[in-house]
Write a new protein. Structure first.
Length: 320
C-alpha cells in the first residue's frame, strides 16, 4: 500500500456568497470587411470591357470584312489584357501631346511676321493727317527673322451693324468728307437798325380773367336744394282694442328699463297699498308675493288702472 497523500486545492472564491465583479468594458468586435465585389468578379468585368474595345477597333479597321464576334476567340489570360490596356493608354497620351504641340506651333507662326512683308497703309487724300502715335512695340531680332510683339490696338471708330452705337464704314467716310469740305464765308454788310417801339396798350390781366371764368362755371353747376318737410301722426293710447305707446330712441328706452327695475325693487306693503287704492285686491287677501308684484307692474305700466267692481268697493269700505 502506498502512503502518498493527495492534496485537493479549492478556490476560496467558490465559498464566498458575493460574486466577483466582472469588468464592464466590453471589447469591440472587429467587423469583417464585406466586399461588395469579389476580386474575381472585378477581373471578369475588366476583361469583358477590354474585349468590347478590341472588337470595336477590329470592326473599324476591317470595315469590308464581316467579322463574327465570338467570345471563344478572346479567351486569354488576364495579364495579356492588362498589357493591351496599358498600350492603348500610352497611344492616347501620345496623341494628346501631338495635338497640343500642333496648336502651339500654329499660334507661334501667326505671331511671327517678317519686317519686309509689312504693307504700308494707303494714304487717302483730303484727310487730316495726324502725327504718328508712339506705340510700345518690343522688337526681338534674330539672324533669320524679326519678331514684332504688338501692343493693344484701339478699336475702329466704325462698326458693321446698322442702327448701332457706331456708324457703318460708309457713314464714317461721309462724315470725314463733310468735315473737310470748306464752306464759303459770307460777310454780311453792317446795317444800322433802329429799334421799333410798340405803342403801350392796357392789356387785361390773364389771371383775373381766369378767376372770373371759374366763378361763372361754379355758379352754373350749383344746384338749388329743395327742403322737404315730412309730417307723421301717431295715435297713442287705447284705440280699437289696442294700447299704443311711443318709443322714440335709445334714450327713452333706457329710461323705461330704469323705471321697470325701480318697480321691481319696491317693498311689498307699498305694492299692497297701491293695489287697495285702485281696488285691484281685497283687504286681507292671501295671494302670493309674485302675483301681487306682477299685477302691480302691469297696472302701473298700462297707466293707472282702476277697478270699478262693486263687490271690491263694498268689501274694502267695510273693512276700513
Amino acid at each position: 500500500m502506498s502512503t502518498r497523500k493527495k492534496t485537493i486545492q479549492i478556490n476560496p472564491l467558490f465559498f464566498s456568497r458575493r460574486r466577483p465583479k466582472k469588468s464592464k468594458t466590453r471589447k469591440k468586435k472587429q467587423k469583417k470587411m464585406s466586399y461588395e465585389l469579389k476580386p474575381n468578379d472585378v477581373k471578369k468585368q475588366l476583361m469583358s470591357r477590354i474585349k468590347e474595345y478590341q472588337q470595336k477597333k477590329k470592326i473599324l479597321n476591317d470595315e469590308n470584312e464581316d467579322v463574327e464576334s465570338n467570345n471563344d476567340n478572346f479567351q486569354k489570360n488576364f495579364s495579356d489584357h492588362m498589357t493591351y490596356l496599358n498600350s492603348v493608354i500610352k497611344e492616347n497620351k501620345i496623341k494628346k501631346r501631338r495635338k497640343k504641340e500642333k496648336k502651339i506651333n500654329k499660334e507661334m507662326s501667326a505671331e511671327i511676321q517678317p519686317l519686309s512683308h509689312q504693307q504700308q497703309p494707303p494714304i487717302q487724300e483730303g484727310i487730316d493727317i495726324k502725327p504718328m502715335e508712339t506705340t510700345n512695340n518690343n522688337i526681338v531680332t534674330n539672324n533669320k527673322t524679326s519678331i514684332i510683339i504688338h501692343g493693344s490696338k484701339n478699336p475702329p471708330p466704325y462698326g458693321c451693324l446698322k442702327n448701332s452705337n457706331k456708324p457703318t464704314y460708309r457713314q464714317w467716310q461721309k462724315s470725314l468728307k463733310e468735315k473737310l469740305t470748306p464752306q464759303p464765308h459770307f460777310v454780311s454788310p453792317i446795317v444800322n437798325v433802329s429799334p421799333i417801339i410798340a405803342p403801350i396798350q392796357n392789356k387785361p390781366n390773364p389771371i383775373l380773367i381766369r378767376q372770373e371764368k371759374l366763378k361763372d362755371i361754379k355758379n352754373k353747376n350749383k344746384k338749388m336744394k329743395k327742403v322737404k318737410i315730412r309730417k307723421t301722426t301717431f295715435k297713442l293710447g287705447k284705440h280699437n282694442g289696442r294700447v299704443s305707446v311711443l318709443v322714440k330712441n335709445r334714450r327713452t328706452r333706457k329710461k323705461l328699463k330704469k323705471e321697470c327695475n325701480l318697480l321691481k325693487k319696491k317693498s311689498l306693503p307699498d305694492i299692497k297699498e297701491y293695489l287697495r287704492q285702485h281696488n285691484l285686491i281685497k283687504i286681507g287677501t292671501a295671494a302670493p308675493e309674485k302675483v301681487l308684484r306682477q299685477i302691480y307692474e302691469n297696472a302701473y305700466l298700462s297707466g293707472d288702472v282702476f277697478n270699478k267692481n262693486p263687490d271690491n268697493l263694498i268689501h274694502n269700505y267695510m273693512q276700513n
